[in-house]
Write a protein that binds this ligand. Structure first.
Ligand code: F6P
Length: 385
């Protein structure tokens, strides 16, 4: 690709690009910043500017020059050297008031001579990027998140590292559960998707895996744990996704989310969002409640471990560094071709531009007949269904 692009490189009008990281941080963000930056600087000869703290940096003109020295030595560093935030361009709190900053951002980008903005983020970031693209800014996104829930890409960077961390945690918890004849319930991140819990549960040999895509029945879980005890294993390892829920709660969430999807007016949307938020609040502490219920039903002592942000921190694993580097360098090639308004997706060993419309606000859930689920069931894992 690079070899045949000499003419295109000479023909490009790009002079300066911007990079920002938005949403939750994720291992591999710096590897991706480095990849986009090094390809842009070294291969195409563009200037690279990093904006701080997500979309807010575009409003407040907080930036750093990503020259060779800024990009050096960051491949293995966790977090993001740019900082991140969950700010949205169209709903940003400025001086205590929520404002639509889309126009301000567009004017700033023009004033600063930025030819394209690269956003490293998940489905929500793609939605914000699409909004800015429609407002006239050249935008490209790269898929990052430990949740692996971005639509239209095989993988997201951050997931592989978090999977290793969560798997190691299950391994360590297994030996203490075994020693004390206890149930240990490990809560794993993933927002509303079960990829991380399913992957770590499968790799760590969890006896029970609970994911949002398969609502559970607590009696069924207790039955599976009792059955293990009858067979002589008086301990159990339960891997539960933070978004997993019992059947009744799942029905409530489902109808609240459908209401949000159907809402046409701003008022209707706000009301539906309040409904989802109220259910979110109710869901807090669900893992603790589950552990208590299992203790009551099985008479086995139970303990809870919430892995939390430890899953997002630290050095990215080799797979995430490779993915971030592949996506980042492909991103520079797409900018050079003038291919904007897309996410750079991973497709097997290759990459592919996908229109932001197909990604924005969408979620890639675990299909209930996914092969990882089938494999787990075949080795006797209970899904609580
Ligand atoms: O999207 C990544 C993620 O870690 C989710 O798994 C989790 O639900 C959420 O972010 C936590 O967000 P915060 O860091 O804002 O608490």
């Amino acid at each position: 690709m690079r070899g045949v692009c000499y003419f295109l490189i000479m023909a490009t009008k790009i002079k300066r690009i911007g990079i920002l990281t938005a949403g939750g941080d994720s291992p591999g963000l710096n590897a991706a910043i480095r990849a986009v930056g090094k390809a842009a600087l070294g291969h195409y000869g563009w200037e690279v500017v990093g904006f701080r703290d997500g979309f807010r940096g575009l409003v407040e003109n907080r930036r750093i020059n990503l020259d060779r020295s800024a990009l050096s030595g960051i491949l293995t560093v966790g977090g993001t050297i740019l900082g991140t935030s969950r700010d949205k361009p169209h709903r940003m709190v400025i001086d205590g008031k929520t404002r639509d900053m889309t126009g301000v951002i567009r004017d700033n980008i023009r004033k600063w001579g930025i030819d394209c903005v690269v956003c490293l983020g998940g489905g929500g970031t793609a939605k914000s990027a699409l909004r800015l693209h429609r407002a006239g800014i050249n935008m490209i996104t790269l898929p990052k998140t430990i949740d692996n829930d971005v639509a239209m890409t095989d993988a997201t960077f951050g997931y592989a590292t978090a999977l290793d961390i969560a798997t190691e945690a299950i391994d360590r918890l297994h030996s203490t559960a075994h020693s004390h004849h206890r149930i240990i319930v490990a809560e794993i991140m993933g927002h509303r998707a079960g990829w991380l819990t399913l992957g770590a549960g499968l790799a760590g040999g969890a006896d029970v895996i609970l994911i949002p895509e398969i609502p559970y029945n607590v009696e069924r879980i207790a039955g599976a744990i009792d059955e293990r005890s009858r067979r002589g294993s008086n301990f159990s390892m339960v891997a539960v996704a933070e978004g997993a829920m019992n059947r009744d709660d799942a029905r409530l969430f489902d109808s609240a989310e459908k209401k949000l999807e159907r809402a046409k007016t701003l008022e209707g949307k706000l009301e539906a969002k309040r409904g989802v938020a109220a259910l979110d609040v109710r869901h807090q502490g669900n893992t603790l409640r589950l552990a208590t219920q299992l203790e009551e039903l099985t008479h086995l002592e139970s303990r809870v471990t919430i892995l939390g942000h430890v899953q997002r921190g630290g050095t990215p694993c080799a797979a995430d560094r490779m993915l971030a580097t592949r996506l980042g360098t492909a991103c520079a090639d797409l900018i050079n071709q003038g291919n904007f308004g897309v996410m750079v997706a991973a497709r097997g060993d290759n990459t592919e531009p996908v229109p932001l419309e197909k990604v924005a606000g969408k979620r890639k859930s675990v299909p209930p007949d996914h092969s990882w689920i089938e494999s787990a069931r075949s080795v006797g894992t209970c899904f609580g269904d």
